[in-house]
Design a binder for this molecule. Structure first.
Ligand code: FAD
Ligand code: NAD
Length: 401
């Protein structure tokens, strides 16, 4: 029998950390591992809001995947996954190629959930990938440019749908980016609006009251028009229809109304629970012995009614259990059950403020912003050791305004 083949789909948090761990654990020649990702680069999804606002340079957010793999135990393949044939044990790629596997790890991440709201899919911007988020920044620049010609105020109204973690983090970046763009394009800042529309009665629904109060005060103090208890019903590229009967004329709606599993999961013929692949305690797809799934693509039951949240923290921890389980499967050893340890949550509101709870301690303001940087640095450390942290921090490229 030849070497066992492991194929990993997706080079996000889950797929990359699992690849790195396999590089460390596998003996030379013990298995053939292939990591498949749509792009040659890995993007730091937890910082995509900065790409959208233009407050971080591209090379701070993206890293070349082949450079992150340190040995020849994992081969990288740039390709888009289209299908999985569990019977034949083959992955179908968009370029027509088929990849055979003995063990499969699905880490295809998230998609934005637009809930079928009319016009959102067609006209709103999404924070989904580096590419879709970069499009937001280009669009904002275009609006400033066009405003100089037609003076249409809807061009300078920047609306963010949802004030969950993604929405708040994006609004925080816009608070810093818009005044800088006003200077660049010589437009009075008073002509601009940042509107944040949230269906729930408060920002960060379900989070600590202190964090909610701090965030509400902070964004309002910085001129954001916060519309809570307000639901978006429709968008037609120039105006947002709200459930209170009013409309917000805006040529920019950035949808951060929620996420779901990658839509491609629906066509894989694997058991789904609310759009994610249901996994057992060993992170194996329910009813299979050789297919694993982690991160935002996986539905890992927390209890009878809910699952672990779609966060990088969960994806990383699952990758750290899944890679040893793959090695154990190859070696005919016992599987280890996954246990999640929640370390905390911190949401940035621009560079100088954040809110959160870390190891049970509530934090806010500048100290919380510093903690957010520590968390981001820790991820780089887990991925590539101290040299990657230094390499990323040493990059001197500037944001775009
Ligand atoms: P992803 O990171 O989505 O990676 C999936 C990979 O699969 C990508 O590289 C993608 O290109 C690739 N892919 C997708 N489809 C295909 C295909 N068909 N073929 C080939 N490749 C494909 N979580 C936290 O814990 N803390 C935070 O502070 C935090 N901040 C966030 C901020 C923002 C703005 C956003 C949007 C999310 C944030 N999250 C945060 C959530 C976190 O980013 C996700 O939970 C995490 O990215 C999930 O990791 P993953 O590996 O499952 O998937
Ligand atoms: P979310 O589901 O947490 O928030 C979406 C928000 O949009 C909700 O508050 C919802 O009420 C609102 N909404 C939905 N439909 C609406 C409508 N029609 N009109 C107005 N408002 C509407 O989604 P998210 O913020 O994208 O977060 C997704 C996941 O990523 C979560 O698990 C989150 O914890 C994680 N995340 C974490 C961080 C962090 O830890 N710093 C940052 C970003 C995202």
């Amino acid at each position: 029998m030849g070497k066992p083949k492991i194929v990993i789909l997706g080079g996000g948090y889950g797929g990359l950390i699992a690849s790195r761990k396999l590089e460390k654990m596998l003996k030379n020649g013990e298995a053939e591992v292939t990591l498949v990702n749509k792009h040659e680069y890995h993007y730091i999804a937890t910082q995509l809001h900065k790409t959208g606002a233009g407050t971080a340079a591209d090379d701070k957010i993206t890293m070349n995947i082949p450079d992150l793999l340190k040995t020849n135990k994992v081969t990288f393949k740039k390709a888009t996954v289209e299908s999985v044939d569990c019977e034949k044990r083959q992955v179908g790629l968009q370029n027509g190629e088929k990849l055979s596997y003995d063990y499969l790890l699905i880490a295809l991440g998230f998609d934005v959930n637009t809930f079928g709201i009319p016009g959102i899919e067609e006209h709103a911007f999404k924070i989904k990938s580096f590419k879709t988020t970069k499009a937001i920044y280009h669009h904002i620049i275009k609006q400033f440019d066009a405003y100089k010609e037609d003076k249409d105020p809807s061009r300078l109204t920047f609306a963010v749908a949802g004030a969950g973690f993604t929405g708040v983090e994006l609004v925080g970046e816009l608070i810093e980016a818009i005044p800088a763009l006003c200077k660049k394009f010589d437009v009075p800042v008073e002509k601009t609006r940042i509107v944040n529309i949230e269906a729930s009665p408060s920002v960060l629904p379900g989070f600590d009251k202190e964090a909610i109060d701090f965030t509400t005060k902070f964004v309002k103090k910085n001129g954001v028009e916060l519309m809570t208890s307000t639901k978006i019903l429709e968008y037609n590229a120039i105006s947002i229809k709200l459930d209170n009967g009013s409309e917000v004329p805006s040529r920019t709606l950035i949808w951060s109304g929620g996420v779901r599993g990658n839509v491609i999961l629906e066509s894989l013929g694997l058991p789904l629970n609310r759009g994610r692949i249901e996994v057992d305690q060993y992170l194996r797809v329910a009813g299979t012995e050789n297919i694993y799934c982690i991160g935002d693509a996986a539905y890992f039951k927390k209890n009878e009614t809910s699952s672990l949240p779609p966060t990088a923290q969960v994806a990383i921890q699952q990758a750290e259990t899944c890679a040893p389980n793959l090695v154990a499967a190859i070696r005919g050893e016992a599987q280890k059950a996954f246990e999640y340890h929640h370390k905390g949550t911190v949401a940035s509101i621009g560079t100088m403020a954040a809110v959160g709870k870390v190891f049970g301690f509530k934090i806010s303001g500048l100290f919380a912003a510093f903690m957010k940087q520590v968390i981001e640095a820790r991820y780089l450390f887990v991925l590539g050791g101290p040299s990657l942290v230094l390499k990323q921090f040493a990059k001197t490229s500037k944001p775009y305004h």
